[in-house]
Design a protein around this ligand. Sequence first.
Ligand code: IMP
Ligand code: MG
Length: 189
Amino acid sequence: MERNLMGHDSDIEKVLLTEDQIASAVTDIAARIDRDFRNSERDLLLLGILKGSVVFMGDLMKKLKTPVEIDFMKVSSYGSSTESSGKVNILLDLHRSDLSDKNIIIVEDIIDSGRTLSYLVKYLSVAGAGSVRTCTLLDKPSRRTVEFTPDYSGYSIPDEFVVGYGLDYNEHYRALPYIGVLKKDVWNK
Ligand code: IMP
Ligand code: MG
C-alpha cells in the first residue's frame, strides 16, 4: 500500500512563524481580550470557525483568564483550494437562543479577502448577539476585496499561501506546529 506523504514538513519551503512566535502572539491576544472583557456583565463566547481555527482556539482559550464558553460554525467559500471566492456558505450553523446574553469573539485562522468575517459579523449581529468582535492569528491585508479590520490580530503576513497550526492545503498540513510556506512542486502534485 502506498503511503500518502503529504503533510510532511519536507514539503515546506520556509518557516514563516515558529512555535515560539505563535505562542507569544497567542499570549498577547489573550491579555488584550482579558483586559477588554474583565469587567463585562455578559458571558464571553469564543466562536471558532471550523476547521482552520481549532489549533489557535485551543491555545487561546487556555491562555485566557476570563471564563469562556466555546462554540463553532463551519463556513465555506467556493473556489480553488488556494483562492477563496466571494460567496460565503454556512455549513454548520449556531443553534442557540441565548446569543443576546453573550459577547462573541469570532476566532479565525487567517483573513484573506475579508468576506468570511465581514459576513459573519453581520450575520451574528442580525441574530441578536450582545456584542461581536473578531480575532485572527494571521492577516493578509494586501488581499482584501472588502474593507475589514479585525479587533485582535496576531501577525500580518505577505501574500503567500501558508499552512500549519490548523491551516491546510487540500486538508493536509493542519497538524504542523508552525506556520510555513509550501514548496512550489507540492502545488503540481
Ligand atoms: P476570506 O473570506 O477570503 O478572508 O477567507 C479566509 C479563509 O480563507 C480562511 O479561513 C482560510 O480557510 C482560507 N485561507 C486564506 N488564505 C489562506 C492560506 O494562506 N492558507 C490556508 N488557508 C487560507
Ligand atoms: Mg478557514
